[in-house]
Design a protein around this ligand. Structure first.
Ligand code: COA
Length: 568
């Protein structure tokens, strides 16, 4: 319900809120609450330049991933096999003029076994017939869409996100199964994906599969374990062992279509439920199937009350090694509605800012640190997350630190105890949490500031941010590796005086080498869900909050579920 006029009968309920999905949003016509943050950002050319370089580097990594298997893979997939490229498939299935929020875009680059653009699977949240859907789509141009270990890691995390946010899942399957040279690290973990399909289905989270290529070996289970499956004639095949294997094992010569084609599966095995003559028709059927799931429409994001300050300032802030307190306010001022923020316990605890605000009309509780969490910070944070939980407001953590030594080593037992209480409070809240690492999270800040282990619905990083589970351990390991390399070189030089020259070192399999702990390194290994271009921060966070709250059951509807807030 929204106010249309200030003159209304007293008996009418007057509220500044309107309901979007399950979420109460601030009506555009209501008064703007909360004080405006006074921005104190001074221009720093060096940081702006650094921020721009980071964004350019991110763009080039994303471009590499968008090209999938490159010209050779594309030629084989599109020209020879006459199949539609995975990104085009997704585009044609999504509602027109809606965005696809891609996750794990740069997963798979710079790995010890080479580069696997997008981890071989394009994943993200899109809108189909008005419904938000999690999409997982094999990229057939990357080694025939085979599963690498990173593909498993990425898809399991994507399923986790889908399960936590109760998003129906669409798998577009086009895979040669396990990438055989690395099969030892694939088969056992890979089965978890099928268990997840069954578990999600049992919780009413719909599982849909579109078979747009080969589903061989383990890949055959993806459509078979789905609630509904669509298959495309002469393009989709499902079998555990393909024709060459059948011939080798039994001597029988059989075509892929006879063994596991669309006609066979729609009329004999019953594994697939909808028959599409061609890919174009398969996209239409998929859209219809999603429409039949009987799920609520998600609504669109509207930016009606933008921040007062230019988002370009975020580039400068992202180019800084870490942010002082005044800079953290500058970040908040650039991402929240009207740059308005109600700070909580402003005079208590020096390194943690807590407060309420809105992002694109959605209420949010923000915790942002500026250095190590002190005992008082931890008490304030623990109190604040309980308030958010009690009021049913999702929580945004902004991680920002530059030093591990001070953080991890100079902590007395009292601080340890207070931090443990904060960790306990944030672990058990029932509202969704989203974490954005602005500059760095070191040591136990990955706990106190809701790092990946604490189930944020999304763990995001700015491109210059770093995540170090154990900064010192990494530094020590790097120093030890350098020392060992120096000694090995010395020994080799001494030994080679009387011996023929040693063989040239093996060429690395990857074109990329990311610094351990960097955002690029974390994203390539699926530790972070996406690297965020700083100027897009507001929109990405709004999307993350929208997705997180879409299927959240409001606490006010679960009577008796409220807990008292305990002052820490
Ligand atoms: N493991 C490792 N590499 C594989 C692979 C697998 N399971 N399947 C395909 N590849 C590689 C191919 O060797 C080729 O590599 P190259 O680019 O270095 O030449 C590349 O992926 C593309 O394969 P190709 O056969 O040329 O392309 P395609 O699009 O015509 O066919 C498949 C793709 C997946 C249909 C086909 O390769 C195939 O049937 N693969 C075997 C599937 C299988 O039996 N898997 C069992 C896994 S348990």
């Amino acid at each position: 319900m929204s106010i249309s006029t200030p003159f209304c009968r007293l008996s009418r309920i007057v509220t500044p809120w309107k309901t979007v999905g399950n979420l109460r949003c601030l009506s555009t016509q209501s008064r703007r609450p909360f004080p405006v943050i006074k921005d104190e950002l001074n221009g720093c050319e060096e940081s702006v330049k650094k921020g721009e370089n980071l964004v350019n580097e991110l763009r080039s990594l994303v471009n590499v991933c968008h090209e999938g298997g490159g010209p050779k893979g594309m030629e084989r997939h599109v020209k020879v096999n006459k199949k539609v490229f995975v990104r085009e498939r997704i585009n044609r299935i999504l509602d027109k003029d809606t965005e696809f929020w891609e996750l794990g875009t740069t997963a798979g680059l710079g790995l010890e076994y080479g580069d696997v653009p997008c981890g071989g699977s394009v994943c993200g949240v899109g809108i189909i017939n008005g419904t938000q859907v999690m999409i997982m789509a094999n990229d057939g141009t990357v080694k025939g869409g085979t599963f690498y270990p990173i593909t498993i890691t990425k898809q399991l995390r994507i399923q986790e996100i889908a399960a936590q946010n109760r998003l129906p899942t669409l798998q577009i399957v086009d895979t040669g199964g396990a990438f055989l040279p690395l099969q030892a690290d694939i088969f056992l973990r890979g089965g978890r994906g099928f268990a997840n399909q069954a578990l999600m289905s049992s919780q009413g989270i719909q599982q849909v599969a579109l078979v747009s290529g080969l589903c061989t070996a383990g890949g055959a289970y993806a459509p078979t374990m789905s609630d509904v499956a669509i298959i495309t004639h002469k393009i989709g095949n499902i079998y555990l062992g393909g024709p060459p294997l059948v011939k080798a094992a039994t001597g029988e010569v059989i075509s892929g279509e006879e063994l596991g084609g669309a006609t066979m599966h729609c009329s004999v095995s019953g594994i697939t439920d909808h028959f599409a003559q061609n890919e174009e028709e398969s996209f239409e059927i998929t859209r219809d199937v999603i429409a039949s799931l009987n799920l609520p429409e998600s609504g669109h994001l509207e930016d009606v009350n933008p921040p007062l300050y230019n988002e370009q300032g975020l580039l400068q802030l992202a180019g800084s090694d870490w942010l002082q307190k005044s800079d953290v306010y500058s970040v908040i001022a650039r991402i929240v509605d009207g740059s308005r923020f109600l700070e909580f316990k402003k005079m208590f605890g020096g390194n943690l800012i807590c407060g309420f605000s809105y992002i694109m009309g959605r209420p949010v509780g923000i915790l942002a640190n500026s250095g190590p969490i002190t005992g008082a910070d931890a008490q304030k944070g623990g109190h604040f997350v309980q308030l958010c939980d009690n009021r049913d407001i999702p929580i945004l953590f902004l991680q920002n630190s530059n030093s591990s030594e001070e953080n991890s080593l100079s902590v007395d037992a009292t601080v340890l105890k207070e931090r443990a209480k904060l960790i306990q409070c944030l672990s058990v809240v029932r509202v969704p949490k989203v974490t954005l690492n602005l500059t760095g999270a070191y040591g136990d800040e990955n706990y106190t500031m809701c790092g990946p282990s604490f189930q944020p619905r999304f763990y995001l990083m700015w491109p210059g941010a770093r995540i170090h589970p154990a900064e010192l351990a990494i530094q020590q390991a790097a120093a030890a590796a350098k020392k060992a390399a120096r000694e090995a070189a010395k020994a080799a030089a001494a030994a080679s005086e009387n011996k023929p020259p040693a063989k040239a070192p093996r060429k690395p399999l990857s074109k990329f080498s990311f610094e351990p702990g960097s955002a690029q390194w974390a994203a390539s290994r699926g530790i972070c869900d996406e690297i965020v271009n700083p100027v897009d921060t507001r929109r990405v966070l709004a999307k993350a909050l929208q997705v997180s709250m879409l299927n959240h059951v409001p606490l006010r509807d679960t009577r008796g579920q409220h807990r008292s807030v305990i002052r820490m």
